[in-house]
Design a protein around this ligand. Structure first.
Ligand code: NAD
Length: 407
């Protein structure tokens, strides 16, 4: 089979010759008892860069030894790019949400041999799931591989926004020491009301981690958590996003992007939030309306916005979220720590081993199967597509970047 893998660029200075931490901690199971990926073997050292082009997700030896072809590229956006050309006869496409290859309806129509799209990570909204269903292309992701990595990032971002870390760090880097400047927007998180839109693997883990900060915790999800969990964490359940955001000082967004959640945080929803609240969105950029977020930061309706997800990705140089006031944005990194890469590379290999052997895939890894949402896909997504606008992409790098829109 031909496997096409779209990965992000190597480090500018080349692949590292060593890493800061020598051995990753051993983790056997996720909190709900799900096992970590169980491929028959791996050909990489956990802790090394795997998500970039030279890292190849550690797949080349495994695939070539078994007689398959692996094509790896980072050229993914312009019409006629390498990924589009190679897609034409690919059997499997692997892409990471951090540097997504938008598998639109038009691209799916080009891919006559395509059997499976694998997300090396979690969140398959870069695939037109409706087109995948219509064309009987299975969609898989490595469920849980980086959910806890993201939950750590959420806690980091909530604390850094509320305490105003970025401003204080900047003052020090600029050689300053004005403490009044450094604290005029700085608060304790303790006692605040924190709510999550969705309490799946990430949302629930973030709540568990936040419990220790003595905050009041709220959630909204289309699937209510068991009573025992609500009691354990002293959670307040809301039956709508509106009801929850009206009482929260901090809102974290943790649902997948699909037609029900696209543009959920628009001017109207943000207007229903407590004045001066904070949003942390590590779910998907398109769940928040780009310009509504910038407007709310300008007006003070929001005190801060942080996250690592943008639309499209890579984000254009002039994306307003790079320059709006009181933001704490990072590139899309929370789910691709070196620790997470080891898990999702192993998970992709497990999925490929099952595919080649004609064995059943794990239900929890399944998003689309045999033309319908299935497994985690049926639990967490809705039918339809959320890839529109993905043709507004930045090509090239540095000062010569341009946004090109195709019809
Ligand atoms: P999950 O499937 O465990 O949880 C998703 C939850 O969202 C489920 O509980 C589901 O019921 C809920 N949900 C779905 N639609 C909803 C709606 N309309 N309203 C309310 N709740 C809704 O997935 P997860 O591991 O928690 O990941 C969630 C999302 O986070 C992913 O789909 C992805 O978009 C994003 N993510 C981002 C990164 C990153 O690096 N930033 C990494 C992993 C995942």
């Amino acid at each position: 089979m031909k496997v096409l893998c779209i990965l992000y660029d190597d480090p500018k200075g080349g692949m590292p010759s060593s890493y800061p931490v020598e051995n990753l901690p051993k983790i056997e199971k996720y909190p709900d008892g799900q096992t970590l990926p169980t491929p028959k073997g791996i050909d990489f050292n956990p802790g090394e860069l795997l998500g970039c082009v030279s890292g190849e997700l550690g797949l080349r030896k495994f695939l070539e030894d078994a007689g398959h072809t692996l094509v790896v590229t980072n050229d993914k956006d312009a019409p006629g790019c390498v990924a589009e050309k190679e897609l034409v006869d690919a059997d499997v496409v692997i892409s990471q949400p951090f540097f997504p290859f938008y598998l639109t309806k038009e691209r799916i129509a080009m891919a006559k041999n395509l059997k499976m799209a694998i997300t090396a990570g979690i969140g398959s909204d870069h695939v037109d799931l409706q087109a995948a269903m219509d064309n009987k292309i299975d969609v898989m992701e490595v469920t849980f591989c980086n959910s806890r990595s993201v939950a750590e990032h959420i806690v980091m971002m909530i604390l850094s926004l509320v305490r105003d870390y970025h401003n204080q760090y900047r003052i020090i880097n600029e050689g300053g020491w004005n403490i009044a400047d450094a604290v005029q927007r700085s608060y304790d998180l303790e006692g605040m009301h924190v709510g999550t839109v969705a309490a799946g693997r990430i949302g629930l883990d973030a709540l568990r981690k936040l419990k220790h900060f003595d905050v009041h915790m709220h959630y909204f999800d289309r699937h209510r958590l068991p009573e025992s969990v609500e009691k354990e964490l002293n959670l307040t359940f809301h039956d709508s996003v509106e009801s929850m955001v009206a009482v929260c000082d901090v809102v974290t967004i943790n649902c997948p992007l699909h037609p029900e959640t696209e543009n959920l945080f628009d001017d109207e929803m943000i207007g229903k939030m407590k004045k001066g609240a904070y949003i942390v969105n590590t779910a998907r950029g398109k769940i928040c309306n780009r310009d509504a977020i910038a407007r709310a930061l300008e007006s003070g309706q929001l005190s801060g916005y942080a996250g690592d997800v943008w639309f499209p990705q890579p984000a254009p140089n002039d994306h307003v979220w790079r320059t709006m006031p009181n933001h704490g944005m990072t590139p899309h990194t929370s789910g691709t720590s070196l620790s997470a890469q080891a898990r999702y590379a192993a998970g992709v290999r497990e999925i490929l081993e099952c595919l080649f052997a004609g064995e059943d895939q794990r239900t929890e890894y399944t998003i689309v199967k045999d033309g319908a949402l299935a497994g985690t896909g049926a639990h967490s997504y809705s039918e339809g597509s959320a890839t529109s606008g993905s043709d507004q992409i930045t090509f090239g790098s540095g000062p010569f970047q341009a946004i090109i829109t195709t019809d």
